[in-house]
Design a protein around this ligand. Structure first.
Ligand code: GLC
Length: 562
């Protein structure tokens, strides 16, 4: 039996696996994943070598936004199982030395939550002030803020004549953090799960909780500048950290929407006053021309390198970041920045190496470790995501974008691209469920699946296993500083990590043609060694002049003499 250690900084050498339960594994034939399904796959995760699981929401929810609309923070959605199943998952994960991180969504609740149900239509309700209500302005919405899922961020409560704020779907009402009772409830929710023994929390869109209280209309944007990294956000996080996170020794990762480096230095500052680490998304907007997500565009390679450089150098010694490409809101990276055809395996490995050799804590999203791809849906009926269907309606029915253009955009940008059922084997429904899945399985499951990957020693799976292992063995990956070696190179992303004892270089060719680069002079010595690559014949001495094959990655280590 493996046990969990007491090391409070365990997450600095850890890799974390994200599970989106609805799409992970169904223990029966419902067509939606469940907690027993997760338990049945813990040995697979153990083989991969991950240290912790981040479980996206499994609470009671009407599932308008697949669980990010919580109706009861203290109970498990029966679609996923029972509290007894959850307790078993926690115990079984811990037995294998795997920690568990819960997803906490406290910027908003479902409108089905009893707080909101009591507040709705009743200005005297004790819960009315748990939410954000405003009178109409000139007979219409209080300001021009836009929902992140399209349309106005305000919804009218006909009975009281006031609007409530929802930065996401209209079924997700924003909580009023100015109210100390709301903050007390949040602390109670988190304490409840910490008492159960969960090891940490991922905090959903946590930098949006503090809104500028005069709620001005935005003349130059969609309103986000009035609530992103808002006026009291640091104060709120410190309050929760002091009374809950520090008390339980929980690891915490905040999801930071449209944030800045300066704020993230503070959120994740090394004195641990707020959070352990942060997710930021700037590197995943390199295919949003002028910030526009809903358009089809190639990615900007130079911008990608600049963003990594900015965050890697900016957080070093000041804070801590999460390293990731994929999650349940992002398309599959191998389809997005790599190649999901001829060079799928090479590209998946190269992209994995690109982020795993940086400073931070890597997150692997289910299926990424076997190189799963976007499914390439061709019909709007195949999509389930509330954001995708809202945007289809707005862009096609209201703005006149053609159906075909919108289908091409969704095939590239929809969140459903990463939510297709996990591909376990070549059986019907990819072994995900015995019944028809809630979202269609990608057509390539007979080729790309976990069984095939585990049988093939050269698979993406074993490459990820090595990346996870290297972080534990090679000190410079955790501690070294960061230098972009070829900022202007058109196809190679190469960076160096350096500590007192070691220098590591990670070279990555992002394109399907050969690319050349020259190593720093000190690498011209016998001590430099290839640690890992994605082409099998890389066993020769390191030469200064490097010729990288399509989507090739090479990781090179130099131990310094002491
Ligand atoms: C986060 C979640 C996303 C959800 C949104 C609203 O961005 O990752 O899935 O829709 O918050 O809760």
């Amino acid at each position: 039996m493996t046990t969990i250690t007491n090391d409070t900084n365990w997450w600095k050498t850890a890799s974390i696996y994200q599970i989106y339960p609805k799409s992970f594994c169904d223990s029966g034939s419902k067509g939606t994943g469940d907690i027993q399904g997760i338990i049945s796959k813990l040995d697979y995760l153990k083989l991969l070598g991950v240290d912790a699981i981040w479980l996206t929401p499994v609470y009671q929810s009407p599932m308008i936004d697949n669980g990010y609309d919580i109706a009861d923070y203290y109970s498990i959605n029966p679609d996923f199982g029972t509290m007894a199943d959850f307790d078993e998952l926690l115990a079984q994960a811990h037995q294998r030395g795997i920690r568990l991180i819960m997803d906490i969504v406290v910027n908003h609740t479902s409108t089905e939550h009893h707080w909101f149900q009591s507040a709705l239509g009743d200005k005297q309700s004790p819960y009315r002030d748990y939410y954000i209500w405003k009178d109409p302005v000139e007979g219409s919405v209080p300001n021009n803020w836009q929902s992140k899922f399209g349309g106005s961020a305000w919804e009218l409560d006909e009975n009281t004549g006031q609007y409530f704020l929802h930065l996401f779907a209209k079924e997700q009402a924003d909580l009023n953090w100015e109210n100390p009772k709301v903050r007390a409830e949040v602390k109670e929710v988190i304490s409840f799960w910490a008492e159960k023994g969960v090891d940490g929390f991922r905090l959903d869109v946590i930098n949006l909780i503090s809104k500028q209280q005069d709620f001005p209309s935005d003349q130059i944007g969609d309103g986000r500048r009035f609530y992103t990294d808002g006026p009291r956000v640091h104060e709120y996080l410190q309050e929760i950290s002091e009374s809950v996170f520090q008390k339980y020794g929980s690891v915490t990762v905040g999801e930071m929407s449209s944030t800045t480096l300066e704020h993230c230095q503070q959120y994740s500052s090394l004195d641990n006053k707020e959070l352990s680490m942060v997710f930021n998304f700037h590197h995943l907007k390199v295919d949003y021309p002028n910030g526009e997500k809903w358009t089809k565009a190639p990615f900007d390679f130079n911008q990608l390198k600049q963003i990594f450089n900015h965050w890697q150098t900016g957080l070093n010694g000041k804070g801590w970041g999460a390293l990731f490409w994929c999650n349940h809101d992002q398309p599959r990276v191998v389809s997005r920045l790599g190649n999901d055809q001829e060079y799928r395996v090479e590209a998946a490995k190269m992209l994995g190496a690109s982020v795993h050799m940086m400073q931070g804590t890597p997150y692997v999203y289910q299926g990424e470790e076997i190189g799963m791809t976007n499914p390439g849906y061709t019909s709007i009926e195949q999509y389930r995501d509330v954001e995708s269907t809202n945007m289809y309606d707005i862009m096609v029915n209201q703005q006149g974008v053609s159906h075909d253009d919108m289908m091409a955009i969704l095939a590239q940008k929809s969140r459903d691209n990463s939510r297709t059922p996990m591909q376990w084997n070549g059986d019907e429904y990819a072994g995900f469920s015995k019944g028809q899945p809630w979202l269609e399985v990608a057509g390539n499951y007979q080729d790309i699946n976990a069984d095939n990957a585990v049988e093939d020693s050269d698979s993406v799976f074993y490459f990820y296993q090595k990346l996870i292992q290297l972080r534990k063995e090679v000190e410079v990956i955790t501690s070294g500083n960061y230098l972009d070696l070829y900022p202007g190179h058109h196809s190679v992303f190469g960076y160096q990590r350096q500590s007192n004892h070691q220098t590591l270089i990670c070279l990555n060719n992002y394109y399907g043609h050969e690319s050349e680069c020259v190593l720093p002079k000190e690498f011209e010595c016998e001590k430099a060694k290839y640690l890992l690559g994605n082409y099998s014949d890389l066993d020769c001495d390191v030469s200064q002049h490097q010729v990288l094959r399509p989507y090739e990655t090479r990781i090179i280590l130099l131990e310094h003499s002491i």
